[in-house]
Design a binder for this molecule. Structure first.
Ligand code: HEC
Length: 260
């Protein structure tokens, strides 16, 4: 019986590993203390994602406060969305898109999910890999597919920045064919191995990786805004405990002074 248990305990983690690790993910290496990166991520998010996806549990001015962006700048440079009466949303509004669900279903076959908590659901590495893994596939409605999300309903919205990638055939018969060298070179960044950049966008592969890292950094923050605060809060708590201990010590001394 004990033996059986031991075997089960040994094998269990292997099963878990096998079921989760079907696709190698690249490391996002996000840094929540990097405010500039978070601000850039916010900018990209508003410009490239918020037209389809809501972040409906977050308010513009909460994000603005956390990232050091005043309401005036939010109104001038960040809030593009208008409500049903065609009035610009206010800093205190939720980051919701106005596209109706039916329209989205017609256009994309599925609704773009809310992204407020997506980093908690998918993880930073998945997001980082996903946004760098769109490739040309004429059989798909938008002409693109994705290696970590096969047959995805989302177009490659960052194509102007990244350019276009193609899925390369396996190395087995690629040797010595001569052509495709340029593509191999262009695709030599640290993306998933089988993807090659066939047409570069306005950013270099390294710049594009940084852009995606900024977006993912922002999404990680968005999923848990208090993470930014936690460290300073912890410091305050410790400081309070230290001060309180000192106070308690002197109080004790004061009380026991006359007892002897
Ligand atoms: C043109 C509309 C559109 C834009 C713009 C867009 N997306 Fe999407 N996105 C979609 C649709 C539709 C899906 C659903 C795909 C599916 O389920 O097949 C999706 C799915 C996703 C998913 C997968 C969610 C999940 O867990 O299933 C992520 C993550 C995502 N989008 C992130 C982004 C980010 C980040 C941006 C901005 C850089 C962005 N999207 C811009 C339409 C869009």
């Amino acid at each position: 019986m004990k033996r059986l248990l031991a075997i089960i305990l040994c094998v269990l983690p292997l099963g878990v590993m096998a079921s989760s690790g079907h696709m190698a993910l690249d490391k996002a290496d996000v840094d929540l203390t990097n405010k500039a990166s978070l601000q850039r991520g916010f900018k990209y998010f508003v410009n490239y994602c918020l037209s389809c996806h809501s972040a409906g549990y977050a308010r513009y001015n909460r994000v603005g406060r956390d990232l050091g962006i005043p309401d005036k700048i939010l109104l001038e440079n960040v809030i593009f969305i208008r409500d049903k009466k065609n009035e610009q949303l206010k800093p205190g509004d939720l980051m919701k898109v106005t596209m109706s669900d039916d329209y989205a279903k017609d256009a994309f076959g599925t609704e773009p999910p809310d992204l407020t908590l997506v980093a908690r659901v998918r993880g930073a590495d998945w997001l980082y890999t996903y946004l760098r893994s769109f490739y040309l596939d004429p059989s798909r409605p938008f002409g693109v597919n994705n290696t970590v999300f096969p047959n995805v309903g989302m177009p490659h919205v960052l194509w102007e920045l990244q350019g276009w990638q193609a899925l390369r055939e396996s190395h087995a018969h690629g040797e010595g064919e001569g052509h495709g060298e340029g593509a191999a070179e262009a695709g030599g960044h640290d993306g998933p191995a089988q993807l090659v950049l066939v047409k570069q966008g306005v950013q270099s592969p390294a710049e594009y990786d940084q852009t995606v890292r900024d977006i993912v950094n922002f999404l990680v923050y968005l999923g848990e805004p208090v993470k930014l605060k936690r460290q300073t809060l912890g410091l305050f708590v410790i400081l309070f405990l230290v001060l309180f201990s000192v106070l308690a010590y002197f109080l004790k001394k004061e009380y026991w002074k006359d007892v002897h």
